[in-house]
Design a protein around this ligand. Structure first.
Ligand SMILES: Cc1cc2nc3c(=O)[nH]c(=O)nc-3n(C[C@H](O)[C@H](O)[C@H](O)COP(=O)(O)OP(=O)(O)OC[C@H]3O[C@@H](n4cnc5c(N)ncnc54)[C@H](O)[C@@H]3O)c2cc1C
Length: 351
């Protein structure tokens, strides 16, 4: 039996802790906040992605497709609220038609099931307020109740005898000892799943080439739209994000976002994107009357943990083993929520 310390109680650290405990290891999960899942894992679009956008052969592509299937099994088995809504990615003009065809090609190369090229009439039959020139339908995209997901996860960690230490910031290392705000901890294996702070943790072991520069995503809400399915534009190439989309939730709100705003800090969760940015973006999908009817109001924010290696953006998830008993998960941005159970398997294979 190994003694394993996982730093970071987001969805990724929790899945890693769970897998290790299920394999019979003694596991400690160290989280700086008072509760698990208070950072990026509950500050996102809450979408189970299918694996459409990512370079074929990349970790993002493979772990997203695998994570989609594993997450479904997990939600089913443990009763996490999940709805297989499907999703449309729309072309907003003739030029974007080639783009959705390119996305379809990438999705098929990634082995994403349930993809269909559909007509504007098909989109209009389900979402009459949205206009487009063509669209892609993804049948394996859905929405997750992330707060419920974290709560189910806490129960499972408890059942599996994982020692969850909250209000326990990891501050340093000294030999084989982890130094934390609650004292020191000795472990055979350490996993760095610290999300936005993974670069700070990696630096404790002399890994200095990675930095996380957060890219903030602000969201607005509307309660005036009865939307059964997420609607995404084609991706935003400038920021390499998925663009401001409309996503239903389990409540009466539809979320609108996320924007792309340089963040003044990893824990900056102020909504700073001007309302006009959301309006402009929505006007490429709906008309002015619909926009006025939405009565948008401020929602919440999340910070994308964007990783750079010596100043160059990392396009993929990064896993580093250094020294031999420490595994670092770096740049786990979207689709990290979807990929989490597959990331956990991958990390366990590295232990
Ligand atoms: C705007 C936005 C939208 C997104 N939408 C989606 C989506 O729809 N679908 C999808 O699949 N993915 C999405 N993602 C990505 C997804 O949310 C993340 O990839 C995922 O939540 C990362 O989980 P994590 O556990 O790595 O990080 P986190 O949830 O940030 O967890 C890391 C934990 O480590 C803790 N920690 C940090 N430093 C220390 C320390 N020194 N000591 C102890 N604990 C520490 C933190 O408090 C935190 O709880 C989105 C992300 C953003 C920002």
């Amino acid at each position: 039996m190994k003694r394993i310390a996982v730093i970071g109680g987001g969805i990724v650290g929790c899945h890693i802790a769970l897998v290790c405990a299920q394999k019979g290891d003694e596991v400690f999960l160290l989280e700086l906040n008072e509760k698990t899942g208070q950072e990026t894992s509950t500050r996102n679009s809450c979408v189970l992605h299918a694996g459409i956008y990512y370079n074929p052969g990349s970790l993002k592509a493979n772990l997203c497709v695998e994570g989609n299937a594993l997450s479904r099994e997990f939600f089913d088995r443990y009763g996490v609220d999940f709805r297989n809504t499907g999703k449309y990615i729309i072309a907003r003009n003739e030029d974007e038609i080639a783009e959705i065809d390119g996305l379809l090609d990438t999705a098929l190369r990634n082995g994403v099931p349930g993809m269909e090229r559909v007509t504007p009439a098909r989109v209009a039959s389900q979402v009459p307020l949205v206009h487009c020139t063509g669209a892609l339908y993804s049948g394996t995209t859905g929405i997750i109740d992330t707060a419920g997901y974290m709560s189910v996860m806490n129960g499972l960690l408890f059942q599996q005898n994982v020692t969850v230490l909250t209000s326990c910031r990891v501050t340093g290392v000294s030999g084989t000892l982890l130094e934390t705000e609650r004292g020191t901890l000795d472990a055979d294996i350490i996993v760095n799943a610290a999300g936005l702070y993974c670069d700070d943790i990696a630096r404790l072991w002399g890994i200095t080439e990675y930095s996380i520069i957060p890219l903030k995503g602000d969201y607005y809400y509307t309660t005036k739209l009865d939307l059964g399915i997420p609607v995404y534009p084609v991706p935003n190439h400038r920021h390499k994000t998925l663009g401001i989309h409309l996503t239903p939730t389990f409540g009466i709100e539809t979320i609108i976002g996320p924007s792309e705003t340089p963040s003044s800090g990893k824990n900056n969760y102020q909504i700073e994107t001007p309302r006009e940015i959301f309006e402009q973006s929505l006007l490429s999908m709906v008309n002015r009357e619909t926009l006025a009817m939405l009565e948008m109001y401020e929602g919440f924010s999340g910070n994308r943990p964007r990783a750079y290696r010596n100043g160059v953006r990392c396009d993929d998830f990064v896993f580093i083993k250094k020294p031999d008993n420490v595994i670092h998960c770096i740049g786990i941005e979207s689709p990290g929520l979807t990929s989490a159970p597959a990331i956990a398997r991958h990390v366990y294979s590295l232990i």
